[in-house]
Write a protein that binds this ligand. Structure first.
Ligand code: GLV
Length: 309
């Protein structure tokens, strides 16, 4: 087996080391090694340059270093039948759930307000909104959405998951389909986006939809920057319809220094740190996917290229 690691902007060395540790017999290269193109069977990548894939005539698998694969699926030279595999790391889902809870409590327990009071040495107590009156709506039904839901429930929040297709989750409400989205938005005091970025979800969080959230709602986006129309968010924050937003992902990353999002008093902006798949899990799942493809089976975490995730 022979795998080419193209993990930029992430450094390749940790992925190479993890692949070699898990399968010493496998040949592992980076582009700095300039491997013979016909020997490359699998590519492990975060994103690709247009035209980059066509250099490898015997490619039989494309693996993602992350959970989201939109950057791989959008390259124009992606061969039609090429299997694409993504990573599903339960630890990544758990750390993303931690991030979401930290942001949810930041806003729902009024920490920005108390930080401002502290700066004025002002001792003033405000009523606490009980968690059962803070309804959480989660966009998505995958591993991250489920981990986020599982983290909210013991804190007393009522949680509803939303996705394209009807699915049942023990002890949780769920809604499905485009028509039910308005219903979810209308009863989400905290809206958490964990969706994959696809043609169907690009720009989903626009003015029209964000305005359907109850007045005083908070948005937490750990999906992709492309889900959110950032200027529409700014209008709704400034008009007072939304009370805050915690954003870990942005239309442009790194977020440009001149972006209003760095400075808006109602925005908590972080540099895409909510959760990352572990290199050892990426390596293990890439190797397993290549074994599956070699054996004529689909990889366990094969991407549905039509659906985009
Ligand atoms: C992180 O954003 C990922 O897709 O894994």
């Amino acid at each position: 087996m022979a795998i080419l690691v193209l993990s930029a902007p992430l450094p390749a060395a940790p992925f190479v080391a993890a692949l070699r540790a898990a399968a010493p017999e496998v040949q592992v290269w980076t582009d700095a090694d300039a491997p013979p193109p016909e020997a490359v069977e699998a590519i492990l990548a975060w994103r690709l340059k247009p035209g980059q894939l066509s250099a490898y005539p015997n490619l039989r698998l494309l693996c993602s270093t992350g959970a989201g694969v939109e950057k791989l699926l959008s390259v124009p030279d992606l061969p039609p039948g090429l299997p694409v595999s993504r990573v599903v790391d339960p630890m990544q889902a758990r750390t993303m759930a931690q991030y979401v809870i930290a942001c949810a409590l930041h806003f729902s327990r009024d920490l920005p307000l108390y930080a401002a009071q502290q700066a004025r040495a002002e001792w003033r107590r405000h009523p606490v909104r009980p968690p059962e009156r803070c309804r959480v709506g989660i966009l998505g039904q995958g591993a991250v959405a489920q981990a986020v839901a599982a983290a909210f429930v013991p804190l007393g929040y009522s949680v509803t998951l939303w996705g394209r297709h009807a699915k049942q989750f023990a002890g949780l409400h769920s809604l499905a389909g485009a028509a039910a989205l308005a219903q979810l938005l209308a009863c989400s005091d905290l809206l958490v986006c964990t969706l994959p970025l696809t043609e169907a979800t690009q720009g989903l969080l626009n003015r029209e939809r964000l305005a359907q959230l109850p007045r005083g709602a908070v948005l937490i986006n750990v999906g992709r920057g492309g889900h959110l129309v950032e200027d529409d968010l700014q209008d709704l924050l400034d008009e007072g319809h939304l009370a805050g937003a915690a954003l870990d992902v942005f239309e442009r990353e790194p977020l440009p220094a001149e972006s209003w999002l760095w400075r808006h008093p109602k925005v908590l902006a972080t540099p895409h740190i909510a959760g990352e798949a572990r290199e050892a899990v990426v390596a293990e799942q890439c190797l397993e996917a290549l074994r599956a493809v070699r054996a004529g089976r689909p990889p366990e975490w094969a991407v549905d290229r039509e659906a985009g995730y």
